[in-house]
Design a binder for this molecule. Structure first.
Ligand code: PLP
Length: 365
């Protein structure tokens, strides 16, 4: 395996990604499409590599990205499957790039509908649109009356066509009652669109928690990120994050470690320095977390700094310069998950993996 000279890297286990996507496919069954959400660099896993692999292995119908730029990057990486831009397309000139590159455009307002009709007419090319219904996420999307108007206007256009209708669940992991309300409003809108050939378009609502907790939300397609990356229970984590000890010392009781004397050795200790810090996305909020060295859970000592972090490796008897340290992943019987790190920092696993910066090489294994 090739790694950069600085020994800090992530390993992306493609076999785990495959296993998770196959598990999702099995859960949703034949006849329901799987959109693999690869926005924000595939949640830090590397979008081109993750989408390219899923396409080659026929593990997904298509991909979800957040912006036209993310879609173009996938096209540049030879990804040919359908790509839906999940964000609201703005500025409206971006419809031109989306149409020219065959990206599916989210239409979340009457203004956007008018603009996509105009752009596709001028280009003389088909624009396939997925209309976004606002059901309770409060982010982007139109309510039912505007969606009906959008359907009416797009149906009258020859170049802009409706490929789908969708919504996004805000609380499928926490609030069944609210989720039922969101899904109810979605179904109500679908019924009212009966005159517009709504049976023939892709209707979708479910994210990972939705597809697992609410079978009725699976509809014609699910859009999964978290489960595919193994960041939910029942799925195998795809990403591990590793580094090596670059410096080690034994300190006396009372020795201060890191900025602002943020740690004071309560007894003689073995302190290791690892070359990872908040410049890599190992944020200061992780200062209370643990890493694995020699198969032992070792606490961070003092504040995480920009490029280096100190660890109390007193209990990791064999720890030495060059020893591998796991920030996320397994060593022997021990495991540190992105979820554990997220809890230490008061955040969510999405943020932990998405924060890993580009200076950390992604190694695909
Ligand atoms: C519109 C949309 N659909 C689907 C997803 C995938 O969600 P999850 O990663 O929870 O499966 C996201 C991610 O936040 C999203 O923004």
């Amino acid at each position: 395996m090739q790694i950069s000279l600085r020994p800090t890297w992530t390993e992306i286990k493609l076999s785990a990604l495959k296993k998770n996507l196959l598990k999702i496919q099995k859960t949703i069954g034949h006849g329901v499409k799987l959109m693999f959400v690869v926005k924000a660099g595939a949640y830090g896993h590397g979008a081109a590599a993750a989408a390219g692999f899923a396409e080659r292995e026929k593990l997904a119908w298509g991909f979800g990205v957040s912006s036209v730029e993310e879609g173009l990057a996938l096209r540049a990486a030879q990804v040919r499957s359908p790509i839906l831009v999940l964000g609201s397309l703005y500025p409206f000139e971006s419809f031109v790039e989306a149409i020219n590159n065959g990206l599916l455009a989210t239409i979340s307002s009457l203004d956007a509908a008018a603009q996509v009709i105009e752009a596709s007419r001028k280009l003389g090319k088909k624009a396939v649109c997925h209309i976004k219904l606002e059901t309770g996420m409060g982010r982007i999307g139109a309510r039912k009356p505007a969606v009906i108007k959008i359907f009416s206007e797009l149906s009258a256009s020859k170049s802009a066509v409706i490929g789908g209708l969708y919504t996004h669940l805000s609380s499928a992991d926490t609030d069944p009652e609210f989720t039922a309300r969101q899904l109810g409003y979605f179904e109500e809108t679908v019924s009212e669109l009966a005159g517009y050939g709504v049976d023939n378009i892709i209707k979708h609502a479910a994210n990972s928690a939705g597809l697992l907790n609410y079978p009725q939300s699976r509809r014609d397609m699910v859009r999964a990120g978290l489960a595919a990356y193994g960041l939910m229970e029942g799925f195998e984590p795809v990403l591990s994050w590793k580094t090596r000890i670059v410096f080690i010392k034994t300190v006396r009781e009372g020795t201060y470690i890191s900025y602002n004397k943020s740690f004071r050795a309560p007894r003689p200790m073995k302190i290791a320095t690892i070359p990872v810090g908040y410049g890599d996305g190992y944020i200061r909020r992780f200062s209370g977390a643990r890493v694995l060295a020699g198969g032992v859970r070792c606490p961070i000592a003092g504040n995480v700094t920009m490029d280096m972090t100190m660890v109390d490796v007193t209990d990791a008897r064999d720890a030495a310069v060059g020893s591998e340290v796991t920030l996320i992943g397994r060593q022997g019987n021990e495991e540190i998950t992105a979820g554990e790190l997220a809890a230490a920092a008061g955040t969510i696993p999405y943020e932990v993996v998405t924060l890993i910066t580009s200076r950390v090489p992604r190694i695909y294994v």
